[in-house]
Write a protein that binds this ligand. Sequence first.
Ligand code: UD1
Length: 430
Amino acid sequence: MEQYIMKGGNPLVGEVTISGAKNAALGILTAAVMTDDDVVVENLPDVRDINVMLEAIQEIGASVTRIDRHTVRINGSEIGEVSVDDEYIRRIRASYYFIGALLGKYKSAQVPLPGGCNIGSRPIDLHLKGFRALGAEITVERGAVVAHAIDLVGAHIYLDKVSVGATINVMMAATLAEGRTIIENAAKEPHVVDVANFLNSMGANIKGAGTDIIRIRGVRKLHGTEYSIIPDQIEAGTFMCAAAITRGDVMVKNVIPKHLEAISAKLTEIGCEVIEFDDAVRVVGKPSQYHTNINTLPYPGFPTDMQPQITVTLALARGTSIVTESIFENRFKYVDELARMGSNIKVEGNVAVIDGVKGFSGASVNAPDLRAGAALVIAGLAADGYTTVDEIGYIQRGYECFEEKLKALGAVIEKVDSEKEAQKFKLQAG
Ligand code: UD1
């Protein structure tokens, strides 16, 4: 079983280059099948979720050609199947984007309902509400969403909750609906904007992405395009926290600093130095860091996907911090793992009360999900002695070359898959 083993204590120093945004790429790759022309997508992160999504796209009959590690060509002209295999939806929840993409293009889609996820209940009622408003008939049959429409017709849709997935999914379908759609209370996340820009580059007519009202004028057809995905805000934020918690000095390159403002502001508040450049941010993690309070919110608020990484950082800051998780109800499970390293955190419902401790000590921990897994790794890099993190398949879903990028910053970390390799690492690390 693969695990990360690390010897903590080295401040991370140097430069790291951020990969393309996983969550933008998931939307963009599914939207790419909405034309019969070739679509070239660049700056794809080479991570498991993306590779599974590419397999799913091939499975429905589209052709996928790898041009290089980060570039693919997709052609959706030969799609024979509007039904997506259950296996893919189990492996990546975001394959629900096939509903919007296939319904838009073929007026028909059959996609298994995504199951529960280990960060809390994640319904898709708002996605379905949006599709119904566009005139689709939606039923749930044998665990799958079955969507059909004779014609999709633009509508005025109010999303009761700010949802990234529902905004992107409905936006995709509405792109090929007749007439005008207005999505109110839309999500404003950078990847919503990126998917909208991508669709516009294919001939869609979407205005207002990035604000809470998106206006879409339906078009009859989309055409081919070449498009480069934005940098990953969460990967960048994770390295920013890694710099802070290890009291290091890291230049995080290939980012859009505006997307990182909430994270930069909080790191500055706790006493780190954050310097913004045109396409980089430098984080200097000062020896003394102080408590703060954080509430996760839709963009431009503090991202829920950064909650575990900032919580571990605050666990080594002086004083008492309060972190409130407002998006997902079950996102503090890693706190019990962190306690094994000596943290002092109490969780009541969706609130964590963090009493900063002077140091962590290395321990064996399990990654409960993607972002919490990454948070435990950066905690291990700040801990005294050896830490092992198990279940790293979660981390590989969303971080490209995580251990290599950390090593290049001076981290003493290795991916191992046997006790023997772990022992060898310890002998070498000293
Ligand atoms: C996306 C991201 C995920 C991130 C989340 C919030 C992708 C692939 N995943 O997930 O990494 O943590 O945004 O930024 O981009 N909700 C409903 N009904 C719905 C849809 C959502 O009640 O139909 C609720 C959810 O339970 C949650 C909230 O709305 O409480 C926000 O969820 P949403 O933004 O939809 O998250 P995802 O798109 O699943």
